[in-house]
Design a protein around this ligand. Structure first.
Ligand SMILES: Nc1ncnc2c1ncn2[C@@H]1O[C@H](COP(=O)(O)OP(=O)(O)OP(=O)(O)O)[C@@H](O)[C@H]1O
Ligand SMILES: [Mg+2]
Length: 253
């Protein structure tokens, strides 16, 4: 279970040329709930606040105000318990080029206190599912971006997390592998896991997400099953909803 209540996060950045600082209100009062057995899709334009929201859920960044609970633990009070129960895939996850996928997964298994044999079995099973088993013992320095993404996905799921947070999981993946990842997410839903995923791929959201929220100007819109959202906005597809929200946002500025 993931619960966000009135979460705010802002950043202060400095313009090197003008030397002026400005405040970016990345997340402005987001509340949402994702239940076990549910896939929640988080949408929004570039810079909308999706990754910031996911980072805060993963306990890697603290909200300024508001509270976040993951598996019943408050992220600020119990960051370690939170990290133990979730699998997080970020968009800027590096792989260690000197290692092979098998070696990397072994190390991460140790970090997560997974028994070595279990980590090995689960890791190889995941690499196999992601069609990367042939590269399990190849150093990752020459890996393509898609191959690295596959290793990062296996790493995020290695400890069998109850809560899965995937930031743009299919970016850089070919259609076959993207489908495999979506199938993996579906299986996780069937297994009763709690899944939240950010993406720019609208058909994917319409296809697999039980509920969808769109972040615009740091606020959450929608928060409804994709079909209900389309109906309430009289839109043919989610792209159209996106355009409507962009137009409304312009009007408000
Ligand atoms: N660590 C940080 N320091 C300063 N500003 C930040 C930081 N992290 C995020 N921001 C700013 O917060 C805003 C939201 O960024 P975020 O990465 O959450 O967007 P996003 O919705 O994930 O976008 P994208 O679709 O491009 O990945 C942006 O304006 C970004 O520049
Ligand atoms: Mg992002």
């Amino acid at each position: 279970m993931i619960q966000l209540s009135e979460v705010h996060k802002s950043f202060t950045v400095k313009d090197r040329k003008t030397r002026l600082t400005k405040r970016i209100d990345a997340v402005r009062g987001i509340s949402l709930e994702v239940r076990p057995g549910e896939i929640y899709g988080l949408l929004g334009p570039n810079g909308a606040g999706k990754s910031t929201t996911l980072r805060m859920i993963a306990g890697l960044m603290e909200p300024d105000t508001g509270t976040i609970h993951v598996c019943g633990h408050e992220t600020r009070q119990r960051p370690e318990a939170v990290r133990g129960c979730l699998g997080y895939l970020s968009t800027d996850m590096g792989v260690y080029a000197r290692f092979t996928p098998r070696e990397l997964l072994r190390i991460f298994g140790e970090f997560q206190d997974v028994e070595p044999k279990v980590a090995e079995r689960r890791g190889m099973h995941l690499l196999d599912k992601l069609q990367l088993a042939d590269f399990a013992d190849v150093r990752m320095e020459g890996f393509s971006s898609g191959q690295k993404q596959k290793v990062s996905i296996a790493r995020a799921l290695l400890h069998d997390p109850k809560v899965v947070i995937f930031d743009e999981p299919t970016t850089g993946l070919d259609v076959l592998t993207a489908k495999t990842v979506l199938d993996l997410l579906r299986i996780m839903r069937e297994e009763g896991r709690t899944v939240i995923v950010s993406t720019h791929v609208m058909p994917m959201v319409e296809d697999i997400c039980d509920r969808v929220g769109i972040i615009f100007d740091g606020k959450l819109h929608g928060d409804a099953p994709p079909r209900d959202l389309l109906q309430s906005r009289r839109a043919k597809n989610l792209d159209e909803v996106f355009f409507q929200l962009a137009a409304e946002s312009e009007e408000n500025h």
